[in-house]
Write a protein that binds this ligand. Structure first.
Ligand code: 9MR
Length: 571
């Protein structure tokens, strides 16, 4: 029989929104419904009802019941749910439930910054550190990085940007999608009239109070880096983007970024990285135009150069074998990146060349390849282009726009159906627990939220918010995967500076940091030792050594920040 976690009444441990869905999952052997009771902080019974038996949850093997107390409208903290003599951890019901997490999930990006000191006044004393990778001994720095033999002829200054994850590599394809999601979060909020919540002075950043919305300031930190990765005019492969930069060998754990003594290396350009830059820079040009026209112009020039370079060199692939000292982020199918880049360039410029590239792309009609059940990723980016085409007015013919929007709503319906098939309402197939599954959950939830924006139908808002319930504890493990949010939250995510497990003088990951999540393939030695035989939804361990289940990453915190900003909007 599957192990039952300490509290078998699995709730969103942070809590619930007064006007949102309120559901919990209970492990129960009973074939029929059981009585549930909701108590307030004083132990007073405030609501009760009967659970719905849901049978065996395919991803965890748990026999589950669902508690639905959505109609309860009280607010406060310290609520508990009791079923069959077992009681949930305490949780809140409040309108401002997600306000702190919204800022925390964004502070993650500030604290992942390379090439700038992390200030105690912004991040807290435990998280302050000197600037990383500026070439101050023993650091070799990202300011004059040699290319790996034979790829280019000069050293390059590729300082700045965000570290990708628990490692200190910087990878263009992953940086591009994460940046796009932060900027898209602002673009979406703006359409909904809620952009003030992401505006200037809302986040803990050095650039606060500069007249530019803070979420865009954070995105710009990475955009400047991405553009530094582009090969200048007059050099071989001009316009293309280097795929990645990282240490010559895997960085030891722990290592504070400024103390990293290893040589840094720039790896060969790739078509995928180049198109990723084209897409992110084209989106930049559109969204930054009202705030910083000069920067927007620079972004557009970079995007056009990248697009042209990728057209001229469409098959330069980052190989899976290039994985010494950093991840490969390999990709040999770049039709989706061409589609995404074309969509962004078209949405920004309205020009016929880009429109024709969109409509001629095989991805333009292949809905099943655009919105797959596991969701989009650094390797599968067509959905990002589709979201832009569905939401930014670009002048597509009405029938065409209706089809594009319909495909997105169908994708959201498929996610809702997947949630409905599972005891824990996860927008993933039962066998879809890949490396970074929490990021996939959050990505799929953003598609559901976009469907809400397109249709106004409440069930899409409900589905998107319910995905947060999963991440915050309504799962087979009764685990909040987000540091500092929830009574049983992750503490030991894989990271080289937030490495308290290795060195008591170092901090744990800061609040608002999302773990990669269950990975049914057990791709690291700790997971292989501790999780052998696990059901897919249980293949997670809060151990700093388990990089395939418990790492942090910019491409997972970006959809988290997007989703939480959505959930935090009032009404
Ligand atoms: O998220 C990436 C996952 O999709 C891949 O399967 C895995 C192996 O290639 O790599 C993951 O990305 C890691 C990257 O390679 C290096 N930095 C940390 C990333 C998150 O674990």
């Amino acid at each position: 029989a599957a192990a039952v976690s300490p509290s078998a009444v699995h709730v969103n441990q942070l809590g619930y929104l007064p006007d949102g869905p309120k559901r919990a999952t209970v492990v129960s052997a009973s074939a029929t419904g059981s009585t549930w009771q909701l108590h307030d902080a004083h132990g007073m019974l405030t609501a009760s009802g009967t659970t719905t038996a849901r049978g065996t949850d395919p991803a965890s093997g748990d026999s589950t019941h669902v508690v639905d107390f959505s109609s309860f409208r009280g607010t406060g903290s310290g609520y508990t749910l009791t079923v069959e003599g077992r009681t949930s951890p305490p949780f809140a019901i409040r309108t401002d439930l997600y306000d702190t997490l919204r800022a925390d999930a964004m502070s993650f990006f500030y604290q992942q910054r390379s090439g700038i000191p992390i200030e105690a006044s912004l991040a807290g004393a435990a998280y302050a550190r000197p600037a990383g990778h500026l070439g101050i001994a023993p650091n070799t720095g990202d300011t004059a990085v040699p290319c790996v033999s034979g790829v280019c002829d000069a050293v390059r200054d590729v300082r700045g940007g965000w570290y990708d994850a628990g490692d200190q590599g910087k990878y263009v394809v992953n940086g591009g999608i994460a940046t796009w999601q932060l900027v898209n979060s602002f673009e979406r909020a703006q359409r909904a009239g809620h952009q003030a919540a992401l505006g200037d002075g809302t986040l803990r950043l050095p650039e606060r109070s500069n007249g530019v919305p803070d979420v865009l300031d954070e995105a710009r930190w990475e955009l400047e880096f991405l553009m530094r990765m582009q090969i200048p005019e007059g050099q071989p492969r001009a316009g293309m983007a280097f795929h990645k930069i990282h240490d010559a060998a895997w960085t030891a754990l722990p290592t504070r970024p400024d103390q990293d003594a290893q040589p840094r290396e720039l790896h060969p350009p790739s078509t995928a990285a180049t198109l990723n830059l084209a897409a992110a820079a084209a989106q930049c040009a559109r969204v930054f135009a009202p705030y910083d026209p000069l920067f927007a112009t620079r972004c557009l020039a970079s995007a056009r150069r990248a697009w042209n370079a990728a057209r001229a060199t469409p098959g330069l692939w980052a190989p899976v074998s290039d994985s010494t000292g950093g991840g490969p982020y390999d990709d040999t199918e770049v039709g989706d990146e061409f589609y995404w880049a074309a969509a962004e360039l078209y949405a920004t410029t309205g020009e016929a060349e880009y429109r024709d590239a969109v409509t001629a792309s095989p991805f333009h009609t292949a809905d099943e390849e655009v919105f797959t059940p596991v969701g989009f990723s650094w390797q599968d980016t067509a959905a990002l282009g589709r979201i832009t085409l569905a939401t930014v007015p670009v002048g597509l013919p009405a029938a065409e726009l209706a089809r594009i929007r319909g495909s997105l709503v169908t994708a959201a319906d498929n996610c809702l159906a997947a949630m409905d098939r599972q005891g824990y309402a996860v927008p993933l197939p039962a066998d879809g627990y890949v490396w970074g599954s929490n990021g996939q959950v959050a990505n799929n939830a953003t598609v559901i939220a976009v469907a809400y924006a397109l249709t106004g139908e409440r069930r899409y808002r409900t589905g998107a918010i319910e995905a947060l319930d999963y991440l915050l504890g309504r799962n087979a493990l009764g685990q909040s995967f987000i540091t500092g949010h929830g009574t049983r939250a992750s503490h030991h995510q894989h990271h080289r500076f937030w490495a308290h497990s290795y060195d008591a003088a170092l901090p744990e990951p800061p609040a608002g940091t999302l773990a990669g999540g269950p990975n049914q393939s057990l791709e690291d030695p700790v997971a292989q030792e501790k999780l052998r035989g696990c059901a897919p939804a249980r293949c997670y361990v809060d151990d700093i050594g388990s990089y395939s289940t418990n790492e942090v990453a910019i491409n997972w915190n970006a959809p988290l920040a997007w989703l939480v900003a959505f959930a935090a909007e009032r009404g």
